[in-house]
Design a protein around this ligand. Structure first.
Ligand code: AMP
Length: 290
Protein backbone atom coordinates (compact mmCIF):
# COMPACT_ATOMS: atom_id res chain seq x y z
CA UNK A 1 0.00 0.00 0.00
CA UNK A 2 1.22 3.44 -0.87
CA UNK A 3 0.48 6.30 1.52
CA UNK A 4 -0.13 9.62 -0.22
CA UNK A 5 -0.18 12.97 1.56
CA UNK A 6 -0.48 15.54 -1.22
CA UNK A 7 -3.34 16.39 -3.57
CA UNK A 8 -0.95 16.64 -6.52
CA UNK A 9 0.40 13.11 -6.07
CA UNK A 10 -3.06 11.63 -5.47
CA UNK A 11 -4.25 13.25 -8.71
CA UNK A 12 -1.25 11.83 -10.52
CA UNK A 13 -2.09 8.31 -9.33
CA UNK A 14 -5.75 8.61 -10.32
CA UNK A 15 -4.84 10.02 -13.74
CA UNK A 16 -2.68 6.95 -14.25
CA UNK A 17 -5.49 4.58 -13.18
CA UNK A 18 -7.87 6.32 -15.60
CA UNK A 19 -5.33 6.11 -18.42
CA UNK A 20 -5.11 2.35 -17.77
CA UNK A 21 -8.92 2.10 -17.84
CA UNK A 22 -9.02 0.73 -14.31
CA UNK A 23 -12.14 0.91 -12.12
CA UNK A 24 -11.21 3.00 -9.13
CA UNK A 25 -13.11 2.51 -5.85
CA UNK A 26 -12.94 5.03 -3.01
CA UNK A 27 -13.82 4.98 0.68
CA UNK A 28 -13.62 8.31 2.51
CA UNK A 29 -13.16 8.00 6.29
CA UNK A 30 -12.13 10.07 9.29
CA UNK A 31 -9.92 7.28 10.66
CA UNK A 32 -10.22 5.33 13.93
CA UNK A 33 -11.15 2.50 11.63
CA UNK A 34 -13.27 -0.48 12.65
CA UNK A 35 -15.12 -3.38 11.07
CA UNK A 36 -17.73 -0.96 9.62
CA UNK A 37 -15.03 0.76 7.56
CA UNK A 38 -13.41 -2.57 6.65
CA UNK A 39 -16.71 -3.83 5.24
CA UNK A 40 -16.76 -0.87 2.84
CA UNK A 41 -13.19 -1.70 1.80
CA UNK A 42 -14.10 -5.34 1.15
CA UNK A 43 -17.12 -4.39 -0.94
CA UNK A 44 -14.97 -1.96 -2.95
CA UNK A 45 -12.33 -4.64 -3.49
CA UNK A 46 -14.96 -6.97 -4.94
CA UNK A 47 -15.94 -4.40 -7.52
CA UNK A 48 -12.88 -2.20 -8.12
CA UNK A 49 -9.14 -2.06 -8.53
CA UNK A 50 -7.37 0.00 -7.37
CA UNK A 51 -9.05 0.83 -4.05
CA UNK A 52 -8.27 4.15 -2.37
CA UNK A 53 -9.12 4.86 1.29
CA UNK A 54 -8.83 8.37 2.64
CA UNK A 55 -8.28 9.28 6.27
CA UNK A 56 -9.08 12.92 6.82
CA UNK A 57 -10.54 14.24 10.05
CA UNK A 58 -12.53 17.03 8.44
CA UNK A 59 -12.69 20.06 10.77
CA UNK A 60 -15.46 21.66 8.69
CA UNK A 61 -18.05 19.07 9.71
CA UNK A 62 -17.55 19.62 13.45
CA UNK A 63 -19.15 22.53 15.30
CA UNK A 64 -16.83 24.34 17.75
CA UNK A 65 -18.70 22.65 20.62
CA UNK A 66 -18.23 19.15 19.16
CA UNK A 67 -15.61 16.46 19.68
CA UNK A 68 -12.98 17.29 16.99
CA UNK A 69 -10.19 17.75 19.54
CA UNK A 70 -10.72 14.45 21.29
CA UNK A 71 -11.70 12.41 18.21
CA UNK A 72 -9.45 9.29 18.24
CA UNK A 73 -6.48 9.42 15.80
CA UNK A 74 -4.75 6.02 15.82
CA UNK A 75 -3.09 6.67 12.47
CA UNK A 76 -0.42 3.96 12.64
CA UNK A 77 -2.92 1.24 13.60
CA UNK A 78 -5.27 2.40 10.81
CA UNK A 79 -2.45 2.35 8.28
CA UNK A 80 -1.44 -1.16 9.31
CA UNK A 81 -5.05 -2.41 9.14
CA UNK A 82 -5.53 -1.02 5.63
CA UNK A 83 -2.24 -2.50 4.53
CA UNK A 84 -3.34 -5.89 5.87
CA UNK A 85 -6.66 -5.61 4.03
CA UNK A 86 -4.75 -5.11 0.78
CA UNK A 87 -5.81 -1.53 0.11
CA UNK A 88 -3.82 -0.03 -2.78
CA UNK A 89 -3.60 3.62 -1.72
CA UNK A 90 -4.12 5.47 1.54
CA UNK A 91 -4.79 9.16 0.95
CA UNK A 92 -4.09 11.05 4.18
CA UNK A 93 -3.68 14.75 3.46
CA UNK A 94 -2.87 17.22 6.24
CA UNK A 95 -5.55 19.86 6.93
CA UNK A 96 -3.52 22.62 5.16
CA UNK A 97 -3.39 20.46 2.04
CA UNK A 98 -7.19 20.19 1.86
CA UNK A 99 -7.93 23.69 3.15
CA UNK A 100 -5.00 25.95 2.27
CA UNK A 101 -5.01 29.47 3.65
CA UNK A 102 -7.79 31.47 2.03
CA UNK A 103 -9.97 28.45 1.20
CA UNK A 104 -13.47 29.90 0.87
CA UNK A 105 -15.69 27.53 -1.13
CA UNK A 106 -18.57 25.46 0.20
CA UNK A 107 -21.12 23.07 -1.29
CA UNK A 108 -24.54 22.70 0.28
CA UNK A 109 -27.47 20.42 -0.57
CA UNK A 110 -30.61 22.35 0.32
CA UNK A 111 -33.57 20.75 2.07
CA UNK A 112 -32.18 17.28 2.77
CA UNK A 113 -29.34 18.80 4.82
CA UNK A 114 -31.62 20.83 7.08
CA UNK A 115 -33.54 18.03 8.76
CA UNK A 116 -32.65 15.42 11.41
CA UNK A 117 -28.85 15.57 11.94
CA UNK A 118 -28.80 18.96 10.21
CA UNK A 119 -31.22 20.45 12.73
CA UNK A 120 -29.11 19.44 15.73
CA UNK A 121 -25.78 19.98 13.97
CA UNK A 122 -26.11 23.13 11.84
CA UNK A 123 -23.29 23.35 9.31
CA UNK A 124 -22.48 19.65 9.62
CA UNK A 125 -23.64 18.57 6.17
CA UNK A 126 -22.18 21.69 4.58
CA UNK A 127 -18.82 20.46 5.89
CA UNK A 128 -19.51 16.91 4.70
CA UNK A 129 -20.57 17.82 1.16
CA UNK A 130 -17.72 20.30 0.79
CA UNK A 131 -15.05 17.78 1.78
CA UNK A 132 -16.59 14.85 -0.10
CA UNK A 133 -16.91 16.86 -3.31
CA UNK A 134 -13.29 17.94 -2.99
CA UNK A 135 -12.18 14.34 -2.30
CA UNK A 136 -14.22 13.02 -5.25
CA UNK A 137 -12.64 15.65 -7.50
CA UNK A 138 -9.15 14.64 -6.39
CA UNK A 139 -9.62 10.85 -6.41
CA UNK A 140 -12.04 10.70 -9.39
CA UNK A 141 -13.46 7.29 -8.40
CA UNK A 142 -16.03 5.49 -10.54
CA UNK A 143 -17.55 4.19 -7.30
CA UNK A 144 -17.51 5.74 -3.82
CA UNK A 145 -18.67 3.69 -0.83
CA UNK A 146 -20.56 4.98 2.21
CA UNK A 147 -22.25 3.24 5.15
CA UNK A 148 -26.01 3.29 5.83
CA UNK A 149 -24.96 3.86 9.44
CA UNK A 150 -25.04 7.51 8.30
CA UNK A 151 -28.18 7.14 6.21
CA UNK A 152 -28.92 10.86 5.87
CA UNK A 153 -25.32 11.54 4.86
CA UNK A 154 -25.53 8.90 2.12
CA UNK A 155 -28.82 10.39 0.89
CA UNK A 156 -27.41 13.95 0.87
CA UNK A 157 -24.31 12.80 -1.03
CA UNK A 158 -26.40 10.92 -3.59
CA UNK A 159 -28.35 14.14 -4.17
CA UNK A 160 -25.12 16.11 -4.59
CA UNK A 161 -23.77 13.56 -7.09
CA UNK A 162 -27.04 13.67 -9.03
CA UNK A 163 -27.39 17.47 -9.02
CA UNK A 164 -23.78 18.07 -10.08
CA UNK A 165 -23.77 15.13 -12.52
CA UNK A 166 -20.64 13.74 -10.90
CA UNK A 167 -18.97 10.77 -12.55
CA UNK A 168 -18.77 8.95 -9.22
CA UNK A 169 -21.53 6.53 -8.28
CA UNK A 170 -22.47 6.77 -4.59
CA UNK A 171 -22.91 3.27 -3.15
CA UNK A 172 -24.55 2.72 0.24
CA UNK A 173 -23.43 -0.37 2.22
CA UNK A 174 -25.06 -2.22 5.15
CA UNK A 175 -24.56 -1.31 8.82
CA UNK A 176 -22.00 -3.42 10.66
CA UNK A 177 -22.94 -4.08 14.30
CA UNK A 178 -21.32 -5.43 17.44
CA UNK A 179 -22.55 -8.84 18.67
CA UNK A 180 -25.12 -7.12 20.92
CA UNK A 181 -26.47 -4.98 18.07
CA UNK A 182 -24.71 -1.68 18.76
CA UNK A 183 -23.79 -0.11 15.42
CA UNK A 184 -20.01 0.17 15.17
CA UNK A 185 -18.74 3.73 15.44
CA UNK A 186 -15.44 5.42 16.20
CA UNK A 187 -17.35 7.31 18.91
CA UNK A 188 -18.21 4.09 20.80
CA UNK A 189 -14.67 4.34 22.23
CA UNK A 190 -15.85 7.31 24.34
CA UNK A 191 -18.43 5.18 26.21
CA UNK A 192 -17.79 4.14 29.82
CA UNK A 193 -18.59 0.47 30.57
CA UNK A 194 -22.02 1.43 31.97
CA UNK A 195 -22.73 3.67 28.98
CA UNK A 196 -21.58 0.94 26.61
CA UNK A 197 -24.20 -1.38 28.12
CA UNK A 198 -26.85 1.36 27.94
CA UNK A 199 -25.96 2.12 24.30
CA UNK A 200 -27.63 -1.10 23.14
CA UNK A 201 -30.92 0.73 23.72
CA UNK A 202 -30.70 2.16 20.18
CA UNK A 203 -30.62 -1.31 18.62
CA UNK A 204 -33.23 -2.66 21.04
CA UNK A 205 -35.55 0.23 20.17
CA UNK A 206 -35.23 -0.41 16.45
CA UNK A 207 -35.59 -4.15 16.98
CA UNK A 208 -38.82 -3.64 18.96
CA UNK A 209 -40.11 -1.48 16.10
CA UNK A 210 -39.17 -4.23 13.69
CA UNK A 211 -41.20 -6.72 15.75
CA UNK A 212 -44.27 -4.39 15.74
CA UNK A 213 -43.97 -3.98 11.99
CA UNK A 214 -43.74 -7.75 11.59
CA UNK A 215 -46.99 -7.99 13.60
CA UNK A 216 -48.62 -5.67 11.08
CA UNK A 217 -48.21 -2.18 12.57
CA UNK A 218 -48.02 0.45 9.81
CA UNK A 219 -48.94 3.60 11.70
CA UNK A 220 -45.87 5.82 11.98
CA UNK A 221 -47.12 7.85 14.95
CA UNK A 222 -47.83 4.72 16.99
CA UNK A 223 -44.44 3.28 16.02
CA UNK A 224 -42.46 6.39 16.96
CA UNK A 225 -44.42 6.74 20.22
CA UNK A 226 -43.54 3.13 21.11
CA UNK A 227 -39.90 3.77 20.21
CA UNK A 228 -39.75 6.81 22.52
CA UNK A 229 -41.34 4.64 25.21
CA UNK A 230 -38.62 1.99 24.80
CA UNK A 231 -35.89 4.64 24.93
CA UNK A 232 -37.35 5.95 28.20
CA UNK A 233 -36.60 2.58 29.85
CA UNK A 234 -32.88 3.40 29.71
CA UNK A 235 -32.01 6.08 32.30
CA UNK A 236 -28.63 6.89 30.71
CA UNK A 237 -30.22 7.61 27.32
CA UNK A 238 -31.51 11.05 26.30
CA UNK A 239 -33.18 10.99 22.87
CA UNK A 240 -32.47 13.82 20.43
CA UNK A 241 -34.84 12.65 17.69
CA UNK A 242 -36.88 9.57 16.83
CA UNK A 243 -38.35 9.76 13.35
CA UNK A 244 -39.94 7.67 10.65
CA UNK A 245 -39.26 9.28 7.29
CA UNK A 246 -39.52 8.63 3.60
CA UNK A 247 -36.13 7.27 2.49
CA UNK A 248 -35.99 9.60 -0.54
CA UNK A 249 -37.33 12.91 0.80
CA UNK A 250 -36.42 12.35 4.48
CA UNK A 251 -39.81 13.92 5.28
CA UNK A 252 -41.82 12.36 8.12
CA UNK A 253 -44.47 9.84 7.06
CA UNK A 254 -47.76 9.05 8.79
CA UNK A 255 -47.94 5.48 7.46
CA UNK A 256 -45.22 3.08 6.30
CA UNK A 257 -45.26 3.04 2.51
CA UNK A 258 -42.56 2.41 -0.09
CA UNK A 259 -39.07 2.81 1.35
CA UNK A 260 -38.83 4.42 4.80
CA UNK A 261 -36.16 4.91 7.42
CA UNK A 262 -36.61 4.75 11.18
CA UNK A 263 -33.90 7.07 12.49
CA UNK A 264 -32.63 7.63 16.04
CA UNK A 265 -30.19 10.05 17.60
CA UNK A 266 -29.64 9.48 21.29
CA UNK A 267 -27.22 10.87 23.80
CA UNK A 268 -25.81 8.20 26.08
CA UNK A 269 -24.04 10.12 28.79
CA UNK A 270 -22.10 12.75 26.85
CA UNK A 271 -21.82 10.61 23.70
CA UNK A 272 -24.23 11.24 20.84
CA UNK A 273 -25.04 8.06 18.91
CA UNK A 274 -27.13 7.50 15.79
CA UNK A 275 -28.69 4.40 14.29
CA UNK A 276 -31.40 3.50 11.82
CA UNK A 277 -33.44 0.77 10.21
CA UNK A 278 -34.49 0.54 6.56
CA UNK A 279 -38.13 -0.45 6.00
CA UNK A 280 -39.10 -1.44 2.47
CA UNK A 281 -42.58 -2.35 1.33
CA UNK A 282 -43.11 -4.36 -1.81
CA UNK A 283 -46.60 -5.61 -2.74
CA UNK A 284 -47.81 -7.03 0.57
CA UNK A 285 -44.48 -7.87 2.22
CA UNK A 286 -42.48 -5.48 4.38
CA UNK A 287 -38.74 -6.00 4.63
CA UNK A 288 -36.90 -4.48 7.61
CA UNK A 289 -33.12 -4.22 7.58
CA UNK A 290 -31.24 -3.24 10.72
P1 AMP B 1 -16.46 8.00 9.36
O1 AMP B 1 -15.03 7.61 9.51
O2 AMP B 1 -17.24 7.94 10.63
O3 AMP B 1 -16.64 9.29 8.60
O4 AMP B 1 -17.11 6.89 8.45
C1 AMP B 1 -16.62 6.61 7.17
C2 AMP B 1 -17.62 5.77 6.42
O5 AMP B 1 -17.81 4.55 7.13
C3 AMP B 1 -19.00 6.44 6.34
O6 AMP B 1 -19.53 6.21 5.04
C4 AMP B 1 -19.78 5.73 7.39
O7 AMP B 1 -21.17 5.68 7.11
C5 AMP B 1 -19.19 4.33 7.31
N1 AMP B 1 -19.45 3.61 8.56
C6 AMP B 1 -19.16 4.00 9.82
N2 AMP B 1 -19.60 3.10 10.71
C7 AMP B 1 -20.20 2.11 10.01
C8 AMP B 1 -20.86 0.90 10.35
N3 AMP B 1 -21.01 0.50 11.61
N4 AMP B 1 -21.33 0.13 9.36
C9 AMP B 1 -21.20 0.51 8.06
N5 AMP B 1 -20.59 1.64 7.67
C10 AMP B 1 -20.10 2.44 8.63
Amino acid sequence: MEAIHTVAWMKQVTRQARAEDRLLGFIPTMGALHEGHYSLVRQAQQQCSPVVVSIFLNPKQFAPTEDLKRYPRPFEADRAALEKLGVDYLFAPPVEEMYPKGFSTAVFVEGLSDRLEGRTRPGHFRGVTTVVLKLLEIVQPQKAYFGRKDAQQARVLRQMARDLRLDSEIITCPIVREADGLAMSSRNAYLSPAERRAATILFRTLDDARASIARGERDALRLTAAMRETLRTEPLAAPDYVELVDAETLEPVTRLRGACLALLAVKVGAVRLIDNMLIEENDSAVLTTL
